[in-house]
Design a protein around this ligand. Structure first.
Ligand SMILES: [Zn+2]
Length: 396
């Protein structure tokens, strides 16, 4: 899903408009939030936009067929001209039971201009818009549009830096390590309070007034009510979910009990929604997730006796690693893109040129090292995995 924004750009205007309508309609169909009447109105509006996107040459489906085909249907088959060859076309918005797919929320953010209207995720998107407005990154007069990760990171980091370097580092680290906080903990971090990044826990990630944290990223897992009254909890990150961050919550006489649905045996404790605040989906996606490997690397290197500074000099690179006696320095830039070809493109675009830097990719991307090394060849930069770097610092 790393190249969503780029894949959306490859669609023509009508296909983008149709995708926008489909994503918002799928969110309305799969949500039980708010009044049924309001959701119906939104669905009709989406269908109207969908029909218009087909123009006069091609015939769009009737409302009934539209709503039916959103379930289990591939994106390519829903769009005018049926675009082929993009991974976007292969995605499904809803599964056969009408439950949201793991791609749906991400598409609401990166592939629509109307995502803020949708139930559930819409609240998170509106929160982000008001944050961007408050830090001067979204002029009041401009319309709401698709949001890019770069814009959001730039806005958030710039606002934090304005509070001083110390506040920047600690605020950014808190957003990575603790994407959910108690209101009391939040009140102790002035820079974060002023940034206004945290908000109430989204209804899409609550069950019976409770929430549970993903053991890998500590963020609130998505709660999906099943017809039999049990609730499926999944981390929104597909990789975390595949690695076992998925549970089933069942009501019992002693309250709700969680059981694993995957390999991971550690079961998180359900916590009350009251008293907690969380990052909205876009900030978890673009600040927490990419930062996880950075803070974990720092912890592992510090244990080895290295001096490590996170995000030195603003955002030039991610970690400054110094191993004293014999003295050796690593400047490390962590790249966590799931899509190695997108990553290769990114390495090529490094504004300063990649010289002397160590690009570190997660161990599960080891197979792509030859490709990535070809990209930086001749620049003086190196590409290694996190395990390689730790081994290298240990040996030095
Ligand atoms: Zn997670």
């Amino acid at each position: 899903m790393a190249g969503t924004a780029a894949a959306v750009q490859e669609l023509d205007g009508n296909q983008r408009a149709a995708l926008d309508a489909c994503v918002v309609a799928a969110l309305a169909l799969s949500s039980s939030e708010g009044e049924a009447q309001g959701r119906m109105r939104l669905l009709m509006e989406c269908h109207g936009r969908y029909v218009r996107s087909f123009g006069v040459v091609e015939q769009a489906s009737s409302y009934e067929a539209f709503a039916r085909r959103l379930r289990g249907g591939r994106v390519a088959d829903l769009l005018p001209g049926r675009p082929r060859g993009s991974f976007l076309g292969e995605l499904r918005l809803l599964d056969d039971d009408g439950m949201p797919s793991s791609a749906l929320h991400r598409l609401a953010l990166e592939a629509t201009e109307h995502g803020h209207q949708a139930p559930g995720i819409g609240g998170d998107i509106r929160h982000l818009h008001s944050l961007l407005r408050a830090v001067g990154m979204l002029p009041v007069s401009t319309g709401l549009s698709r949001i890019s990760g770069e814009t959001v990171q730039h806005a958030v980091f710039r606002a934090l830096r304005a509070a001083g370097f110390e506040a920047y580092t600690s605020g950014r680290e808190a957003m990575v390590r603790t994407p959910v906080l108690t209101r009391r903990e939040l009140s102790r971090n002035t820079a974060l309070v002023e940034l206004g990044a945290y908000t109430g826990i989204s209804p899409t990630r609550q069950f019976a007034g409770q929430w549970a944290a993903c053991p890998m990223c500590n963020w609130t897992m998505r709660a999906t009510y099943r017809p039999n009254g049990v609730v499926d909890l999944d981390c929104e990150d597909e990789r975390h979910s595949l690695l076992g961050a998925r549970y089933r919550a069942e009501p019992t006489a002693e309250g709700w009990r969680l059981a694993p649905r995957g390999e991971l045996r550690a079961v998180p404790e359900p916590l009350p929604v009251e008293g907690y605040v969380a990052l909205p989906y876009p900030l978890w996606l673009w600040v927490t997730l990419p930062g996880l490997l950075e803070v974990e690397l720092r912890d592992r290197l510090v244990i080895l006796g290295a001096q490590v500074r996170l995000w030195p000099f603003g955002d030039a690179y991610d970690l400054d690693v110094v191993r004293p006696r014999p003295s050796r320095v690593w400047r490390v830039d962590v790249k966590t893109w799931a899509d190695p070809y997108g990553l290769a493109q990114k390495l090529r675009e490094e504004p300063e040129g990649p010289g002397e830097l160590c690009f570190v990719v997660p161990e599960h991307l080891r197979g792509y090292l030859p490709l990535l090394r070809r990209v930086v060849r001749g620049s003086g930069a190196r590409v290694l995995t996190d395990a390689d770097l730790v081994a290298e610092v240990k040996k030095a």
